[in-house]
Write a new protein. Structure first.
Length: 344
């Protein structure tokens, strides 16, 4: 697992982005002879290890994007949070899926020419924190005065770690939060006893960390959290709005396909990651995919956005009295009418 994560590192991605920059400029944003719009490469957080990409991957396999006249040459991944945003911006990509808090910061603070056009994952799923087998920690309250890792600044793990502590009645300042750089790196810190609890997701837990003990799941304290959003570059929206609509329609069909045949979805996820179908099914079930609790079909959630905003205040990403102008940074025109909501 550590090797796979290392292969998706930012350093490797940036090398590839530089090498293929000329190619991206020439190929992305063009219409092929067959009439399909060529998006080139898109970025999806933590591709292919974790589940975020699956609706898009299934949509590609089943021809849903082809049917919408949208061509995707490659999905690239990064280690969550700001790493995925950098993959989009430094790679000059037209579209991607990234952690909501990181997306908001990129738009508001860094003034990146990006717009939120839809939702990706709507709950914390199977995000958990683990401890060593001989750890004296038995519940989240035992983390007072201890060290707890998350992946990277602006990541989902940072946000839900802080909110889980706060909702458990713990001042986050009572816990030393450590940015490890990734899931595998956090587990390495834990095994070296440099932190007391580390963030984890499936399939990492089953594949390489089943000897560790789960201390708590984020969903116990933060059941509704809009993990990821779909981002489009403003130039794409202005020049080719039908491509954004087509992408979102195809991804929605991918979510529906997962719900209609969970075992087939598990096979596809397993094949991409060299996992068995049974393990793929376990990952999907542990995240609540089978009951519709994990993926959004593209529609946003007012409560989920407000939870993200709460987490950003607690982490210091935004001032305590600041209100995120969701109506200025979100554009729902590309969603179907039944998917649009009243924004906070």
């Amino acid at each position: 697992m550590g090797k796979r994560v290392q292969q998706s590192s930012r350093r490797r991605f940036l090398r590839e982005a530089v090498a293929l920059a000329a190619y991206s400029v020439l190929c992305s944003g063009q219409t092929s002879a067959q009439g399909a719009f060529d998006l080139g490469r898109i970025a999806i957080t933590w591709y292919p290890i974790f589940l975020y990409h699956l609706p898009t991957t299934i949509g590609l396999e089943k021809g849903f994007f082809d049917a919408e006249g949208v061509r995707i040459r490659e999905i690239v991944g990064a280690r969550g949070g700001g790493e995925t945003i950098r993959a989009i911006t430094e790679g000059n990509l037209l579209l991607g899926e990234a952690a909501t808090a990181a997306a908001v910061l990129a738009i508001l603070r860094a003034r990146e020419p990006l717009v939120i056009v839809g939702a990706g994952v709507k709950s914390p799923g199977d995000i958990a924190w683990v401890v060593l087998p001989d750890s004296p920690l038995r519940r989240i309250e035992d983390l007072r005065g201890k060290r707890m890792s998350y992946t990277s600044p602006g990541s989902v793990t940072e946000q839900v770690a802080i909110m889980s502590l706060q909702r458990a009645g713990i001042d986050p300042k009572e816990v030393r939060l450590v940015a490890s750089g990734g899931i595998g790196e956090g587990l390495a810190l834990l095994r070296r006893r440099e932190v007391d609890a580390a963030a984890i997701l499936e399939p990492t837990y089953t594949l390489s960390a089943s000897d560790l003990r789960i201390l708590f799941y984020a969903r116990q304290y933060v059941p509704l959290y809009l993990q990821t959003v779909i981002l489009a570059r403003k130039s794409l929206i202005d020049r080719n709005p039908e491509v954004v609509r087509g992408f979102l329609r195809a991804r929605r069909r991918g979510v529906e396909a997962i719900m209609n045949d969970l075992r087939e979805a598990a096979r596809i996820y397993g094949r991409v990651n060299n996992l068995s179908e049974d393990l793929g099914l376990r990952v999907l079930r542990n995240s609540g995919v089978h009951v519709g609790a994990y993926y959004s079909d593209g529609r946003l959630s007012a409560a989920g956005l407000q939870t993200v905003e709460e987490g950003m205040r607690l982490s210091g990403d935004i001032p305590k009295d600041y209100r995120i102008p969701w109506r200025s940074i979100v554009d729902q025109r590309f969603l179907e009418a039944d998917q649009r909501i009243g924004l906070p």
